[in-house]
Design a protein around this ligand. Structure first.
Ligand SMILES: [Ca+2]
Length: 318
């Protein structure tokens, strides 16, 4: 089975190509293919290998995945099939909320939750969820003094209930107003970056193309369950709008240390804080990681080839 060795080498080569360096030299990223979704979204079997959808979700392979349309009482979802297991990650989503109505709603949610594909009243997903929800809320139910659309994060522990009547004000972790996000002439995107025990940051793009606005950043990020699915959902009631996901790009982030990396002191939350690894000699950590990966791949290919030879000898014998 020379093929096994060759395919292992090919995998290694593509893994290499997917590694990116960031500007500050301390954070590197690898694309998570399992959580990335782009046009045409579906393969030849009219299904997606990595994502599943349901409810009123419509897939237009050349344009978008529409979670809820400009019609009353729509409810749709899109969820990853496999959990997101990366410790640190970045998820960038291009979306579009649009419509002709002067009164519209309700918005959509992005999820990192234990549950997947369960319809319910929180932007189309179940209430009392466990994990993190990011809500892009376009309809102000009752939150005086706040400009809508309003984008907010909520952390659910499985018991806390999202209160739609005041747009989740009491359950809010952090958020921001995003006037002009709906029916924007430029592409609209969100980018959520999570470093376990270190930071959670949400950025938005809706005013000018390629210009990110910081929505919030916290150095006390929530604990996200170890098994979480990445998902999206949307719901319309009497008022409606089109809620589209255009693309999802997920990356695994690695901190490799370096001079400009901040080293926060021990947090007050017990032993949960893990400092960034390898502050001195960060490039060494990265080098050693690559060497180990290289030998693992070569070793894997060799083992596969030896097994094949042994198997062939046996086959010949009989
Ligand atoms: Ca609302």
């Amino acid at each position: 089975m020379r093929f096994a060795a060759l395919s292992a080498l090919w995998l290694a080569a593509t893994a290499w190509a997917a590694v990116e360096r960031s500007d500050d030299g301390n954070v590197r990223s690898i694309q998570l293919r399992t959580h990335t979704l782009k046009q045409p979204y579906l393969d030849s079997d009219m299904a997606s290998r990595w994502y599943d959808f349901g409810g009123d979700t419509i897939v237009r392979t050349d344009s978008y995945i529409r979670l809820a349309s400009e019609r009353p009482s729509q409810n749709g979802w899109l969820f990853s099939r496999v959990p997101l297991t990366a410790t640190n990650w970045e998820i960038e989503v291009e979306f579009k909320i649009s419509g002709k109505n002067s009164l519209f709603g309700d918005g959509f949610a992005m999820w990192l939750t234990k549950d997947r594909g369960e319809a319910g009243p929180v932007f189309g997903h179940k209430n009392n969820f466990e994990g993190l929800g990011i809500f892009v809320d376009t309809y102000k139910n009752n939150r005086p003094g706040t400009v809508f659309p309003y984008v907010m994060a909520m952390v659910g522990d499985g018991k806390t209930t999202y209160n739609k009547d005041n747009d989740g004000k009491d359950q809010e972790l952090a958020g921001c107003s995003a006037r002009g996000l709906r029916n924007s002439k430029t592409p609209t995107k969100l980018r959520l970056t999570y470093f376990q025990d270190k930071s959670l940051k949400l950025e938005l793009m809706y005013k000018t193309e390629d210009e990110w606005q910081l929505c919030f950043e916290t150095n006390e990020p929530p604990t996200i369950p170890s098994v979480t699915y990445l998902g999206f959902s949307s719901e319309t009631g009497e008022l409606s709008d089109n809620h589209d996901i255009i693309s999802i790009e997920a990356k695994n982030l690695y901190t490799t240390g370096g001079s400009s990396s901040k080293q926060p002191t021990t947090s007050g939350r017990g032993n949960s804080f893990k400092p960034a690894q390898g502050q001195s000699g960060g490039s060494w950590t990265w080098f050693i990681f690559k060497v180990i990966l290289f030998f693992l791949v070569i070793g894997g290919g060799y083992v596969g080839y030896t097994a094949y030879r042994t198997n062939q000898k046996r086959t010949h014998r009989f």
